[in-house]
Write a protein that binds this ligand. Structure first.
Ligand code: CTP
Length: 403
């Protein structure tokens, strides 16, 4: 297996399993990867700077304030450099820091700055592994998009048998390989348009009509597709969320009309589009140029229908273009979403119902159902929005392959 050209950061925290990480570094280098190692202070109780720098062929980074560091912000330059960060062993302490945003050493600070693929390999005593604090931290980190390699079962350094062993270096190497194949290659050279967030429709210079969309779901999708190598064109309204990955282009718009213009201009050049924006269906007919004064007892606003972006893209869809829409429903979910799929000529509709607890606006989780053109309906369990984005990206790759 070749990892030629891949840049991998190997992080070690202080656990006895750190000796296995030396073999991992050796395997990665042998496969052609460029490797840099980063240690917490306690990892250096188990392995030496000399062994890590000799095996990786690059000086170890373990002291944020060392005058030997190439730059004063080494954690940022490492985060920009690496394609993947693997932390093995990941101790309970280090996982706790990661899950709580604590940045007090070279590794935890780098973790905070790293926005690409992360693989965490926990290793610790069984009780510590099963402790609710560790499990909750792992769940949180998984929800944020980190890959967690389950601990193996076997004899532990404390003399007991059980869950908590670090998997062997060869197994970690395999997992890194799989993740890099998925994260770097599968959507290379694909151009994907994503709409996200709400639109804002002016009533007058002070007031507007909008909705509760935060844009989080769209940003998670943008991140996942960018991770897989796609050039993502993100057309977004004023949203609270922001993507972590680098977008190919990010186009900020305000109104439904502006979003329509930006999206329709891009579409002909795109391979796929995911329209996750909560676009206003109606907009004030003649927004007032001046602030509306409260002279009258009642006020009537006349609204006109906005143009439907999804329907417009569906109308001009070419044979090798994949179009994904969303449907937010509060009743007759499946039949309404099915109708949108056909009427707007989409290939896939992601249905979410506001009735589901844990789904919808400003939630970290979502429960969706995929409806496809051939009639396939796939209800998914409640997942983090990052995990929903992974499922959607997998489905899009599959459907695009069939076009
Ligand atoms: N959509 C769009 N342009 C609009 C309205 C909606 O592109 N002017 C897209 C949304 O981004 C979503 C899909 O159409 O991908 C469905 O949006 P939704 O609000 O669920 O449905 P509507 O078509 O607006 O219909 P209704 O509000 O009557 O349910």
């Amino acid at each position: 297996m070749s990892l030629q050209g891949k840049k991998i950061i190997v992080g070690l925290s202080g656990g006895i399993a750190a000796y296995k990480t030396l073999t991992l570094v050796r395997l990665l280098v042998k496969a052609g990867a460029q490797v840099r190692c980063v240690c917490t202070p306690s990892a250096l109780q188990f392995v030496t700077p000399l062994s890590l720098s000799t095996l990786s062929g690059y000086p170890l980074y373990s002291d944020m304030f060392s005058s030997r560091n190439e730059s004063a912000t080494e954690h940022i330059s490492y985060a920009d450099w690496g394609d993947l960060l693997v932390v093995a062993p990941a101790t309970a302490n280090t996982l706790g820091k990661f899950a709580n945003g604590i940045a007090d050493n070279a590794l935890s600070t780098l973790f905070n700055a790293f926005n690409k693929t992360v693989l965490l390999v926990p290793a610790m005593n069984t009780q510590m592994y099963r402790h609710p604090a560790t499990q909750e931290n792992l769940q949180k980190l998984r929800a944020w998009g980190a890959e967690i390699m389950p601990a193996a079962t076997g004899s532990l350094a404390c003399g007991t048998e059980g869950e908590g062993r670090m998997p062997e270096a060869e197994a970690i190497f395999e997992r890194i390989n799989e993740l890099l194949q998925k994260s770097c290659a599968s959507l290379q050279e694909k151009k994907i348009l994503i709409t996200a967030g709400p639109t804002v429709e002016a009533i007058d210079p002070v007031r507007y009509i909008s909705n509760h969309s935060t844009g989080l779901m769209g940003c998670c999708i943008a991140d996942e597709l960018a991770k897989r190598g796609a050039a993502v064109y993100l057309v977004h309204g004023p949203m609270q969320a922001s993507p972590k990955a680098k977008m190919f282009r990010s186009i900020a718009v305000t109104s439904a009309q502006e979003m329509f213009k930006a999206a329709t201009e891009l579409w002909a050049d795109m391979d796929m589009a995911v329209l996750s924006a909560a676009v206003a269906d109606y907009t004030p007919l003649n927004p007032s140029k001046e602030k509306i004064k409260k002279h009258d007892e009642s006020l009537q606003l006349r609204l006109s229908k906005t143009q439907d972006i999804l329907a417009a893209l569906g109308k001009n869809k070419q044979a090798k273009q994949l179009l994904v829409g969303f449907a937010l429903e509060t009743e007759n979910e499946l039949s309404n979403a099915g109708e949108k799929l056909h009427k707007k000529n989409a290939d896939l509709i992601v249905l979410n119902s506001l009735k589901d607890s844990g789904a919808g606006f400003a939630q970290a989780t979502n429960r969706v159902t995929f409806l496809e053109k051939d009639g396939t309906i796939s209800p998914m369990p409640l997942k983090s929005k990052q995990e929903v984005a992974v499922d959607l990206a997998d489905r899009m790759e599959y459907l695009y392959g069939k076009l």
